[in-house]
Design a protein around this ligand. Structure first.
Ligand code: BGC
Ligand code: MG
Length: 539
């Protein structure tokens, strides 16, 4: 097993080509045996991530929270939930990470607070018309008795986006009722988050992942959408990313980022922000990125691409064209904590795994940065058969759809669940790992030549070392290929690296493309099997 000794780029724009590993904190590593992952657990496992060859970690929220939405309901933005540790644990973790050359991106949740946040508690107590209520969206209901919601907006998690409280007023929550939306037209809200940014920048974070970055500004007057589940049977959320809703992607949201950027830029070392933003077109998404706004925005079209050469080719071309326009490289992602894992999306079982490995190799050959989701380097599938009573995603109760299956604690070692997730002898994990994961643990895969873990390690090592994959190496040049096959090369000087992906139904000859240096499936007689990718080199 080769261990990477590469130091990540030290330049201020390290993020342009970074491989960022998403840590879903409560499911990564549990240091104290309570069945929940924590910051000390991450700290212990940093050498694993260094050896994997990633450049940075993105940590999902670990702040004080009632955990109604897995921590995306923040009660105190400046503290660590006791479940995850303490601020001292955070400081120790980031110090170690930096010493290992790993950068740390934290999640910022500005669209809404927890209903347990002091501001919301005060707002409830203060009553209608109070300054405390002005920080959120409180309104009177419609109808003679005010017993209908103020408008027709729907929660992303299902049902109306409004909840009525005892004194008769309603408040807005685009997600769970435990996540009231802040009023970003209020100066105190803006000042507060600028201060929260500084709080974490002062603690040394290298960047932020901005949650619901398209959501903070609501259209003036909170106008109706005009249709929805109640009237037309079509859920408003299904239009996310296809139409402009009055609660998303409003022009004034960009003022917020124009205020944040100078704050990020005032710190040394290249502090960055990546938007989780959904917009109607790639052009509107691009408006979040630039020298005076955020550095990156996730390109979810790649994640949404279906298993076909045309589908991948189209999203890649669109994303690359967009990157040229905004002058920032694309941000590729195949899996995260909100989406079904890509092994399962591509068919599950052996077929899904084959395709997932091929797609990962494709992603890692593209210019730009790549966001990996914990466990994808182990080829983990979605857990589809969690008992309903164990599911914790608030969306599950409201819509029957649950994101718990991609959030199961990852397997590290050993014969018994939860496979080394906790300290020796600990049997607890907040969601149970399936028995099949014994064979997928880090220990089971490390040093095993054809394992998914070793594939990721090899690909990440080459990605760091190979001049043709460097940040300023050549762009993507598509090469002629058989139907159903994608082939592109990138070059640096006289060296070319070609990535071939076989999405056709038959093995394909690849000897014309160069010498294979890594492949997602064994190559025999210079044939790339179906559902496989290879990188080939020509010097
Ligand atoms: C996060 C979700 C979360 C939601 C509300 C999303 O963008 O990724 O996990 O439920 O925001 O904060
Ligand atoms: Mg723990």
């Amino acid at each position: 097993m080769a261990v990477s000794t590469i130091t990540p780029p030290r330049t201020d724009d390290w993020w342009r080509s970074a491989v960022v590993y998403q840590v879903y904190v409560r499911s990564f590593a549990d240091s104290d045996g309570d069945g929940v992952g924590d910051l000390a657990g991450i700290r212990e496992r940093l050498p694993y991530l260094r050896d994997l060859g990633v450049d940075a970690l993105w940590l999902t929220p670990f702040y004080t929270s009632p955990m109604v939405d897995g921590g995306y309901d923040v009660a105190d933005y400046r503290d660590v939930d006791p479940m995850f540790g303490t601020l001292a644990d955070f400081d120790a973790m980031i110090t170690d990470a930096h010493a290992l050359g790993l950068r740390i991106i934290v999640d910022l949740v500005p669209n809404h607070t927890s209903s347990a946040h002091r501001w919301f508690v005060d707002a409830l107590a203060a009553g209608p018309g109070s300054p405390e209520r002005a920080r959120y969206h409180f309104a009177d209901g419609r109808g003679e008795h005010g017993d209908r919601p103020p408008n027709d907006w729907e929660s992303i998690f299902g049902g109306p986006a409004w909840t009525r409280i005892a004194d008769g007023q309603w408040y807005l929550h685009l997600f769970d009722p435990a996540q009231p939306d802040l009023n970003w037209r209020h100066p105190e809200v803006r000042a507060e988050f600028e201060d929260v940014l500084r709080f974490w920048l002062d603690r040394g974070v290298d960047g932020f992942r901005v949650d619901v970055a398209h959501g903070m500004i609501k259209a003036e007057g909170l106008p109706d959408v005009g249709f929805g589940t109640a009237t037309t049977g079509q859920r408003q959320v299904d239009l996310l990313g296809r139409a402009r809703l009055p609660y998303f992607d409003q022009d004034e949201v960009h003022e917020i980022y124009r205020a944040w950027r100078p704050i990020l830029d005032s710190y040394p070392g290249g502090r960055m922000a990546v938007a989780e933003a959904w917009a109607e077109t790639p052009q509107r998404l691009a408006r979040y990125i630039g020298p005076d706004e955020l550095h990156q925005a996730f390109s979810f079209d790649f994640l949404d691409a279906t298993w076909s050469a045309d589908s991948f080719r189209k999203v890649i071309d669109t994303a690359l064209a967009e990157a040229t326009v905004v002058g920032a490289p694309t941000t590729w992602v195949l899996s995260n904590h909100d989406k079904q894992r890509h092994v399962t999306r591509y068919g599950d079982g052996a077929e899904g795994l084959r395709r997932a490995r091929a797609a990962s190799l494709l992603m890692l050959a593209l210019p730009g940065s790549a966001y990996l989701y914990q466990g994808e380097e182990l080829g983990l599938p979605e857990v589809l058969d969690l008992p309903d009573e164990l599911r914790q995603d608030p969306a599950f109760l409201r819509t029957g759809e649950s994101r718990d299956g991609c959030r199961v604690p990852i397997p590290w070692s050993g014969e018994l669940a939860p496979y080394g997730f906790g300290p020796a002898g600990s049997e607890l994990s907040w969601l149970p790992a399936p028995a099949t994961w014994r064979a997928l643990s880090v220990a089971a895969q490390a040093g095993t030549p054809d394992s998914t873990l070793e594939l990721y390690r090899a690909a990440l090592r080459i990605r760091h070392e190979h001049p043709a994959l460097a940040v300023d190496a050549g762009e993507v040049t598509w090469l002629p290929a058989e139907p159903g096959v994608l082939a592109f090369s990138r070059t640096a000087g006289t060296t070319a690296l070609t990535c071939v992906v076989n999405l056709s139904g038959a093995p394909v000859a690849i000897d014309g493309y160069g010498e294979p240096i890594v492949a997602s499936a064994p190559l025999t007689d210079h044939l790339l099997p179906i559902d496989a990718s290879a990188w080939l080199e020509r010097r």
